[in-house]
Design a protein around this ligand. Structure first.
Ligand code: PHE
Length: 343
């Protein structure tokens, strides 16, 4: 029996030493040490041994078992190590590789100008109000004192969706919407937004552009308040030496109405190419809110008065950055847009 055990040990050790596959190692472990394994098989025959022989053979069997276990353990450890090593090799990260750059965007020059204007007016206590781009004829024209067939509608031909619904031609309908929402309380808002006109596109016209409208309503609001507000705005927008000039004009929703010019920030009023030698740049339209408009907004013109002004964001951006074609704003030309990144 002892010989049998020794032979088993010799065979097992030779086979185990030669193994280089974890699965075969496991198969061999079952073959020798498993419940139905060969060692167990030999030990089962111990019942037939004498009382003296039993402990001797038992000891040999234990030695054989631990010898086999030792080799298996060593092999398992080796395979484990090999696997870790090859895993580490496969997953190696080269930290010296240069990273993939994330291109950083910039603010579009139009958005920049709109934000700048908003900031200036927010600093003067204004709130920002917005309204729908698809408007009713009532809000876009009628409530602004432009009844159907009013000749001033000609200047603002639009895209009609139905007879009564159109793409708004100005941000002025937000005046009416704000007044109605304020329910007779004082108003101080600016309304930036996209507007649409049925215009042929060229260097200075676009069928869609952006306006920023301002509206102030309260008791004792006077023309001098409008003038002072716009003077302050121009100084903050174009520099402390900016002056303004008011010229009489006409808008159906303001009375009196004015056209407001700012002294040319490029030549300081001397006359240059930008201001066409006049020394002035035409910037916005403004006036005192017409009594009819106050009434339609829910305010009694005997008690309340107000002023309104409106300007085009594109025009201001073009003057400010020396852009000579309005179409650049909308063509997503990276070469154009990138120039404004660091400004
Ligand atoms: N909405 C006018 C326009 O588009 C501009 C404006 C606004 C004029 C407010 C006066 C007061 O022409």
């Amino acid at each position: 029996m002892k010989d049998k055990l020794e032979a088993l040990k010799a065979e097992a050790l030779t086979k185990l030493q030669a193994v280089n596959d974890p699965q075969i190692l496991n198969e061999l472990r079952v073959k020798y040490l498993g419940k139905k394994g060969e060692l167990t098989e030999v030990l089962r025959g111990m019942g037939g041994l004498s009382a003296e022989e039993r402990p001797v053979i038992g000891q040999v069997a234990n030695l054989v078992r631990s010898a086999i276990e030792e080799v298996i353990g060593a092999k398992q450890e080796l395979f484990q190590q090999q696997e870790t090593e090859s895993r580490l090799n496969a997953e190696k990260i080269d930290v010296t590789l240069p990273g993939r750059g994330m291109p950083q965007g910039g603010i579009h020059p139009l958005s920049r100008v709109i934000q700048e204007i908003e900031d200036i007016f927010i600093g003067m206590g204004y709130k920002v109000a917005e309204g729908p781009e698809v408007e009713t004829d009532y809000y876009n024209f009628e409530a602004l004192n432009l009844p159907k067939n009013h000749p001033a509608r000609d200047m603002q031909d639009s895209f009609y969706i139905t007879d009564d619904i159109l793409m708004r031609t100005q941000t002025s309908p937000v005046q009416i919407r704000t007044m109605q929402a304020m329910n007779g309380e004082p108003v101080k808002v600016i309304c930036p937004g996209k507007v649409f006109r049925r215009d042929d596109d060229d260097a200075t016209h676009s069928f869609q552009f952006h306006q920023i409208e301002g509206l102030v309503i309260g008791r004792n609001i006077r023309m001098s308040d409008l003038k002072g507000t716009l003077q302050q705005f121009m100084k903050e927008m174009f520099g402390p030496s900016a002056g303004i000039r008011l010229r009489p004009s006409f808008f159906p929703f303001t009375e009196p109405s004015v056209e407001v010019d700012v002294s040319c920030f490029k030549c300081g009023g001397e006359g240059c190419r930008l201001c066409k030698q006049s020394g002035w740049l035409e910037i916005l339209g403004a006036g005192m809110v017409h009594p009819n408009v106050l009434r339609m907004g829910g305010y009694d013109p005997e008690v309340y008065s107000g002023f309104a002004f409106g300007m085009g964001a594109e025009r201001i951006a073009m003057l400010k950055y020396g852009i000579d074609d309005i179409r650049y704003f909308y063509t997503n030309d990276m070469g154009f847009v990138k120039q404004f990144k660091g400004i």
